[in-house]
Design a protein around this ligand. Structure first.
Ligand code: GCB
Length: 650
C-alpha cells in the first residue's frame, strides 16, 4: 500500500494540469526589427528528487531560492535528455520529478522599457512541466513534444534586477490518460522486491527519454504584437493564391500590411488588413525533393503591424516562410500540386547517443544529408511531433512530412476515457497550431497502432479524426494501423490508410517466402474494404550491423536486405494501383526499454544509431533513386520519367 501511495503522489501531481485551454498563437520565435531572442542553451543546474514520495521539491519549495541552497546539484546540458548524460544508473531510469534551474541576464531595455513584452518559451519539456520565474509560478504544461510559453514581462520589469532565475520542474511519469500512455506497476511482494518498489510500464517501443529536449528561449515583442498567422494556399491556373489570417493581441486599433517576397527579394504581392488573399501570377510552386528541378520554393510573407499609442507609433514585424502548394487525395492517389506523389522515405525517431531525444544541429544536418543521399522524399514523425527546426528544414529541402501526434501505445481501456480523449484533442490543437504553416506537412497522423476495443475506441477515433479535419480542412488525416481487425477504428474516417506490417519478422520467423503472398493479401483486403489510398507506413527487420549470414538468417544484414526486397516486389505491383508510399522502419537504430527482444535498442535502422550505413541503406538508395525517376514530375516533360541522378558519390 505504501508503494501505491508513493506513486499515487507522483501521478497525483500530474493531474493538476488537466483541462488546459489553448490560448493564443505559437509562432516560432524569430528575430526581426521589433523582436529580439536570447537562447538559454547550455548548462543548467539540475536535481532529481529521489525522495520516497518524489515531492520533497514541492514540500521544501525548491523554486523559492537558488537550487544549490536546497542541496547538491548536477550540471545538466540543455537541450538534452538527462538519462544518458551521467554515470548514475539510477538517474538513467529515474521516474518522478526532476528540477532544472538557470539564471538569465537580461538586456536593460527588456527590463525597463514597458512597451516591451518578454516571453519565456520552452520548446519541449517531457512530460509534465511547471515553471517559476524568480520563485513565481508562470506556466504549466502537459505533453513532452510541443512548445509552451509564458509572458514574464511584469515579473522582470517590476524590480531593479537585470537577471531572472528560471526554475522548471519536470515529471516523466506516464499514466493511462497521458500521451503516450503508461502505467505505474507496483511490486508489493516483499519477498521479491524492496519496499515501495514500482516501475513505469509502457506499450511503445522507444525509451521514455525525459528532460528539456529543445531550446528554452527568451524573446521580446512589443506589447501590441502579431500573435498568430494562418496561411493556406491554392492554385488557379498559373496563379498562386495565398490566403492569410493574422491575429493581433494588445490593441484593437492597428494597421496591418503584408508583403510577399520571392526568393530574390522582389515583392510579388501585397495586402492590408487582418485577412485577405494574395495573388501571385506565374507562381513558383513548392515541390517535394526529386519531384521537380527546383524543389522547395519558399516565398517570405512579411507582416508589418503598426499601432498608434499615446507615446507614439509602435511596430511589430514577423516574417513567415510560405510555400505555395496544394494537397489532395483521390481514392487511389495522393496529389501534390495536382500530380501523383509517391512517398519513398523513412520513419524516424528523435534519438541519438548521449543526448537521447535532445535537439542537436550536427545530428540534424547529418540526418538530412543522409535523406538527400538516400533519395528519400518523405518521412513520418513517428511517434510524436519533432522539433520546429526539423520542420523548417523539411520546408527548405522539400522533404514531405506526415506529422504524427504522440498517440502511440494506446492499448488500455482506461486510455479511451473522456479525459484521454480530451487531452488527445488538445494535443492535436497544439500540433496543428504549431505546424499548420509548413508546406512540407502534407498530412496529420492522429495515432499509431491503437488497440481496438469496439467501444469506446470507435467513438474516440471518430471524434479525434473529425476534430483534426475541422482544425485543418486543408490537409488529409491518417491513422496508422497494424491490424486487420481494427477495421472500425480509424479507417472509415481517414483519407489515407497507413498500414504497418512485419511479415516474416514477428511471425513466420525466417520464412521470407511468405511475404509476397501475405503482403498482396494485406493490400487487397484494405483496398477492397475502403477504396482509399494506402501507404506501407512501416516494414523492416532488425539487423545487427556487421552480422553476416548467407543464406540469410534473422538479425543478419542479409536477412534485412532480403526482407526488404520481397516487400519491394509487391510494392512495385501495387503502386501502379493504389499504394501511394513506402516508409522503411527505421531510418536509424534507436534506444528502447530493456527486454529480451531488444539488443541495446531496436536495430531495424538502415543506419546505425551513429548514422553509419548497413547494407540495406545501399539497397534502399538504389530503389529510391529509381522510384524518383519513375514517379517524379518534370515540368518540361509534364510526366515521368524525371531523369535525376544522384549527385552524391560514396
Ligand atoms: C511497430 C511500431 C514501432 C516499433 C516497430 C518494431 O509497429 O509502430 O514503434 O518500433 O513496430 O520494430 O517493432
Amino acid at each position: 500500500m505504501a508503494g501505491r501511495a508513493v506513486a499515487g503522489a507522483v501521478l497525483g501531481a500530474l493531474l493538476w494540469g488537466c483541462g488546459l485551454a489553448l490560448q493564443g498563437g505559437m509562432l516560432y520565435p524569430r528575430e526581426s526589427a521589433s523582436r529580439e531572442r536570447k537562447d538559454l542553451d547550455g548548462l543548467w543546474k539540475f536535481r532529481a528528487d529521489f525522495s520516497e514520495n518524489r515531492l520533497r521539491g514541492f514540500e521544501q519549495q525548491w523554486y523559492r531560492s537558488p537550487l544549490r541552497e536546497s542541496g547538491p546539484t548536477l550540471d545538466m546540458p540543455v537541450p538534452s535528455s538527462f538519462n544518458d548524460v551521467g554515470q548514475d544508473g539510477q538517474l538513467r531510469g529515474f521516474v518522478g520529478w526532476v528540477w532544472y534551474e538557470r539564471e538569465a541576464t537580461l538586456p536593460q531595455r527588456w527590463t525597463q522599457d514597458l512597451s516591451t513584452r518578454v516571453v519565456l518559451r520552452i520548446g519541449s519539456a517531457h512530460y509534465y512541466a511547471i515553471v517559476w520565474v524568480n520563485g513565481v509560478h508562470v506556466a504549466e504544461h502537459e505533453g513532452g513534444h510541443l512548445p509552451f510559453e509564458a509572458d514574464i514581462s511584469k515579473l522582470v520589469q517590476s524590480g531593479p534586477l537585470s537577471s531572472c532565475r528560471i526554475t522548471i520542474a519536470i515529471n516523466n511519469t506516464l499514466a493511462p490518460h497521458t500521451l503516450p500512455p503508461g502505467t505505474i506497476l507496483y511490486r508489493t511482494d516483499t519477498s521479491m522486491y524492496p519496499n515501495r518498489y514500482f516501475v513505469q510500464n509502457t506499450n511503445f517501443d522507444f525509451f521514455n527519454y525525459a528532460g528539456l529536449h529543445r531550446s528554452v528561449v527568451l524573446y521580446t515583442t512589443p506589447t501590441t504584437y502579431i500573435d498568430d498567422i494562418d496561411v493556406t494556399t491554392s492554385v488557379d491556373q498559373n496563379t498562386g493564391l495565398v490566403h492569410y489570417q493574422i491575429s493581433i493581441q494588445g490593441s484593437e486599433h492597428f494597421q496591418l500590411e503584408v508583403y510577399l517576397q520571392d526568393e530574390e527579394g522582389n515583392i510579388v504581392a501585397r495586402g492590408t488588413g487582418a485577412r485577405g488573399q494574395l495573388q501571385v501570377p506565374n507562381a513558383h510552386l513548392w515541390w517535394p525533393y526529386l519531384m521537380h528541378e527546383h524543389p522547395a520554393y519558399l516565398y517570405s510573407l512579411e507582416v508589418r503591424l503598426t499601432v498608434q499609442t499615446a507615446a507614439g507609433s509602435m511596430s511589430d514585424f514577423y516574417t513567415l516562410p510560405v510555400g505555395i502548394r496544394t494537397v489532395a487525395v483521390t481514392k487511389n492517389q495522393f496529389l501534390i500540386n495536382g500530380k501523383p506523389f509517391y512517398f519513398h522515405g523513412v520513419n524516424k525517431h528523435e534519438d541519438s547517443d548521449i543526448r537521447g531525444r535532445g535537439f542537436d544541429w550536427p545530428l540534424l544536418m547529418k540526418d538530412f544529408n543522409l535523406l538527400l543521399w538516400l533519395g528519400a522524399n518523405a518521412f513520418r514523425t513517428s511517434h510524436y511531433p519533432y522539433a520546429e527546426e526539423v520542420m523548417q528544414l523539411c520546408d527548405q529541402y522539400g522533404i514531405v512530412v506526415i506529422d504524427e501526434s504522440p498517440g502511440v501505445g494506446i492499448k488500455l481501456s482506461q486510455s479511451y476515457s473522456n479525459q484521454s480523449l480530451q487531452h488527445h484533442l488538445e494535443v492535436m490543437e497544439e500540433l496543428v497550431r504549431r505546424d499548420k504553416n509548413h508546406p512540407a506537412v502534407v498530412m496529420w497522423s492522429v495515432a499509431n497502432e491503437p488497440t481496438s476495443f469496439l467501444e469506446p475506441a470507435g467513438y474516440y477515433f471518430k471524434t479525434l479524426i473529425a476534430h483534426t479535419k475541422a482544425l485543418d480542412p486543408s490537409r488529409p488525416v491518417t491513422f496508422v494501423t497494424n491490424s486487420k481487425y481494427d477495421t472500425d477504428l480509424g479507417a472509415p474516417y481517414v483519407d489515407v490508410i497507413c498500414v504497418n506490417s512485419y511479415l516474416s519478422w514477428y511471425h513466420d520467423y525466417g520464412h521470407l517466402e511468405v511475404i509476397q503472398l501475405q503482403l498482396a493479401t494485406q493490400f487487397e483486403n484494405w483496398y477492397r474494404t475502403y477504396q482509399k489510398p494506402i501507404i506501407q507506413s512501416e516494414y523492416g527487420a532488425d539487423a545487427i550491423t556487421g552480422l553476416h549470414q548467407d543464406p540469410p538468417l534473422m538479425f543478419s544484414e542479409e536477412y534485412q536486405k532480403s526482407l526488404l526486397e520481397r516487400y519491394h516486389l509487391v510494392l512495385d505491383q501495387k503502386r501502379k494501383e493504389y499504394v501511394v508510399g513506402e516508409l522503411i522502419w527505421n531510418f536509424a537504430d534507436f534506444m528502447t526499454d530493456q527486454s529480451p527482444e531488444r539488443v541495446i535498442g531496436n536495430k531495424k535502422g538502415i543506419f546505425t544509431r551513429q548514422r553509419q550505413p548497413k547494407g540495406a541503406a545501399f539497397l534502399l538508395r538504389e530503389r529510391y533513386w529509381k522510384l524518383a525517376n519513375e514517379t517524379g514530375y518534370h515540368p518540361a516533360a509534364e510526366k515521368p520519367p524525371y531523369l535525376v541522378k544522384s549527385p552524391f558519390t560514396w
